[in-house]
Design a protein around this ligand. Structure first.
Ligand code: GCO
Ligand code: MG
Length: 417
């Protein structure tokens, strides 16, 4: 039997030995970190490793602590490599570790699907749907502007739209764009200071959705992101006040470290709840799902350990009728989006997928075969996850240090951004 020269393991006929892996950092308007894994079969795979505002920590984790362990391993053994990186680190979980594992996992699924000559969704179990329902971001400086923006997204074909608005008396309210395309939060080498006022927000938000329903009716799905700003009882009140406007979901109403808090919100409202964009393992999701305290789980490929781990989270969620609603902000690269769309095309308990369009510069660095079609994103049939990286173009956009904003109350107290 032939043996692997580096690990002395038997080489099977289907083996694809990893001979090189490297990290590519590029900033075509914003920073992205991509892992590229090459095999002795001439097939390579790529995975997203972007952790917004903390990018270089994942670069170091991959280059210094992960890549040396990959060389010589069989890329076909995705599960074994996942378990090796998760258990082998000893220090489990956390956004840096899990984003690094996700990048490896995504690249390995890309390789496996390319070797099989299939689009990734086929390996996962095939299509469960024709297209992936996405929600776009409408945001405006005030109610009128946000109402117009929602109308504009409807005319673009969107069936679901997240609405955020500037709030009188709140400087730098979350989710309000500065350019005309969408909101892009990481905007300074040091964090931008924003101000938060809970009372102003709680009085304002129901008026925004009242107006949106008056103007646009009830045939469009509306979503809203509270972005971790409220206490549990305040979140309960907001959910109750928003009930007449039938939101698809209210997102991140209160920080989710204390998961018991969601019991209090649930006691007060039937507005559906979505949580999980900053979660990184199934352990963050377990209690919220098993106690049926949420309706949508927002974990993503890049921040929650890749396709391998996201599938476990979705399976747990399906037992409790919790559906997926993966994070898809622009700080998740097209590589994550491509992988997520294959996952969404397969996953039985799919809910919705967030979709903030990337800039043309980013789309050029990451050529991809997914496309928007009348409110849905559709994956192509290219073998793998369908996203590549143009390394020569990527090299033209060097890394730019950027951080996310912070929020303070009127008296200067630090708050949750
Ligand atoms: C969302 C998110 C993002 C995050 C961003 C942080 O729901 O889209 O809340 O806008 O703030 O991904 O890096
Ligand atoms: Mg969010």
């Amino acid at each position: 039997m032939q043996l692997n020269k580096i690990t002395s393991e038997p080489v099977h006929s289907s083996s694809a030995i990893i001979r090189a892996a490297r990290v590519i950092v590029t900033s075509p308007g914003r920073n992205f970190v991509t892992l590229k894994i090459e095999t002795d079969q001439g097939v390579y795979g790529i995975g997203d490793a972007t952790l917004n505002g903390r990018e270089l920590s994942v670069v170091s984790y991959l280059e210094d602590h992960v890549i040396p362990n990959l060389i010589g391993k069989d890329a076909q053994r995705i599960e074994d490599i996942w378990q090796f990186l998760y258990r082998g680190a000893y220090w489990r979980r956390g956004p840096v570790t899990m984003s690094a594992i996700a990048a490896v996992d995504t690249a390995l699924w890309d390789i496996k699907a390319k070797l099989a000559g299939m689009p990734l969704y086929q390996l996962l179990g095939g299509r469960s749907r024709d297209g992936v329902l996405v929600y776009g971001h409408a945001n405006g400086s005030d109610i009128e502007h946000t109402v117009d923006e929602v109308g504009r997204y409807m005319s673009l074909g969107y069936k679901a739209i997240r609405a955020q608005s500037g709030i009188p008396g709140v400087k730098g309210a979350y989710g309000v764009g500065r350019g005309d395309m969408y909101y892009e939060p990481a905007d300074g080498t040091l964090p931008t200071e924003t101000l938060w006022n809970t009372s102003s927000y709680l009085n304002f938000a129901p008026k925004l959705f009242e107006k949106l329903r008056d103007v646009h009716g009830f045939d469009i799905e509306l979503l809203h992101d509270v972005h971790h700003r409220l206490t549990p009882i305040e979140a309960g009140r907001l959910g109750k006040d928003l009930e007449p406007y039938r939101l698809f979901w209210m997102e991140d109403a209160t920080p989710a470290e204390n998961q018991e808090a969601f019991k209090l919100i649930r006691q007060h409202t039937t507005t559906p709840l979505a949580v999980g964009e900053i979660f990184n393992t199934i352990w963050d999701c377990k209690d919220l799902i098993q106690n049926q305290l949420i309706d949508y789980i927002r974990t993503t490929v890049v921040h929650a350990g890749g396709i391998t781990h996201l599938r476990r989270i979705a399976d747990l969620a399906s037992m409790y009728q919790v559906r997926t609603g993966s994070h898809g902000a622009t700080d998740l690269s097209p590589v994550c989006m491509g992988a997520a769309l294959h996952f969404d095309t397969w996953v039985p308990n799919f809910g919705i997928q967030e979709y903030m369009r990337h800039t043309p510069e980013t789309d050029a660095v990451f050529p991809h075969d997914y496309r928007f079609d009348d409110g849905y994103l559709k994956v192509g049939d290219t073998p793998g996850h369908g996203v590549d990286i143009d390394e020569a173009l990527a090299a033209k956009y060097p890394y730019q240090p950027m951080q996310l904003p912070v929020a303070r109350l009127q008296d200067g107290t630090m708050w949750n951004w």
